[in-house]
Design a protein around this ligand. Structure first.
Ligand SMILES: Cc1cc2nc3c(=O)[nH]c(=O)nc-3n(C[C@H](O)[C@H](O)[C@H](O)COP(=O)(O)OP(=O)(O)OC[C@H]3O[C@@H](n4cnc5c(N)ncnc54)[C@H](O)[C@@H]3O)c2cc1C
Length: 265
């Protein structure tokens, strides 16, 4: 099998454990002021890319790509520690508040500049916006096929076949590279960075690009260009204790009554 050049799109997201903060003036997520990390669902995409690279023989290459403010460099660093060969961080103040359309535009133009790629791998969704639309938008902007929600990826030369597990059926879908793939969290077990990997990552190249470096007009991205805006945000109400059932021999019956009452069954 010939070596493959694989671009993996990884997003830096606010740590779900930290209380998410929104900017009251424009309801965008405060990404700079809170702890963040590599989106967990993108670790599966990265792991799959590393496996395909290592199976395809010498000369393969995995490039990680992120679009985000300064702290997003953490997502690139973690990916290099896991085994990616190089990184690209698109950072530009004009990107703040971008919707999925603009984010996919910036990613597509950065991928064009990376060039020479065979596969683009993405997570099935990010763990903050969770829209699950960027891979499809990317495929459209790059004019290539897309194979989404892959639970298994088989690469045979330029032929790529994925298994997609649905609720009612399992699908086998195939297409010719170059193409975009999104993977589920069922596809593999992401590796942990080894000490050797952490040390090696320090020497791996990371390019920092602005919008000008990839030919994107700042007027096409950011909050002012967004097609959808968040009108208001409110904190989720604290979880109520819920109904406590003390089983006095009638526990099962009362549980069934509760489930029927809630139309769960
Ligand atoms: C709470 C919340 C609500 C939002 N609502 C909307 C909305 O209604 N409409 C809208 O257009 N935008 C919305 N956004 C903005 C949107 O999240 C961003 O534009 C985002 O970059 C793309 O959407 P996503 O994170 O949902 O991506 P998804 O489509 O869920 O991402 C799928 C995959 O795309 C790749 N990817 C996504 N973003 C990046 C990135 N920045 N860098 C590298 N790879 C990436 C990753 O591989 C990821 O696994 C919202 C954001 C938040 C936090």
């Amino acid at each position: 099998m010939s070596p493959m050049k694989i671009v993996v799109c990884v997003k830096h997201v606010p740590d779900a454990a930290a209380s998410r903060r929104f900017d009251d003036s424009d309801h965008t997520v405060d990404r700079a002021g809170v702890d963040g990390l590599l989106s967990e669902l993108d670790e599966y995409a990265l792991e799959e890319a590393l496996k395909i690279r290592d199976t395809a023989g010498d000369g393969g290459e995995v490039v990680v790509l992120t679009v985000g403010p300064e702290p997003a460099s953490d997502a690139v660093r973690k990916s290099l520690q896991m085994g990616a060969d190089s990184g690209v961080h698109v950072v530009d103040g004009a990107i703040a508040g971008s919707d999925a359309l603009a984010t996919s535009q910036v990613l597509a133009r950065a991928i064009d500049r990376i060039g020479g790629w065979d596969l683009v791998l993405c997570g099935m969704a990010s763990t903050d916006g969770s829209m699950g639309v960027v891979p499809a938008m990317l495929a459209e902007r790059l004019s290539v096929p897309q194979l989404t929600y892959a639970a298994e990826v088989v690469v045979d030369g330029t032929q790529v076949t994925v298994r997609r597990d649905g609720d009612l059926a399992t699908e086998t879908v195939e297409a010719e590279a170059p193409l975009v793939i999104s993977v589920t969290d069922q596809i593999n077990e992401p590796r942990y960075p080894s000490f050797k990997g952490i040390m090696a990552a320090k020497k791996k190249p990371v390019d920092r690009w602005s919008l000008a470096d990839i030919g994107v007009d700042p007027a096409d991205v950011g909050l002012s260009a967004a097609w959808s805006v968040v009108a208001s945000t409110e904190a989720r109400p604290p979880r109520s204790q819920g109904e406590v059932v003390i089983d006095e021999g009638d526990g099962a019956g009362r549980l069934v009554d509760y489930l029927v009452g809630q139309k769960f069954v």
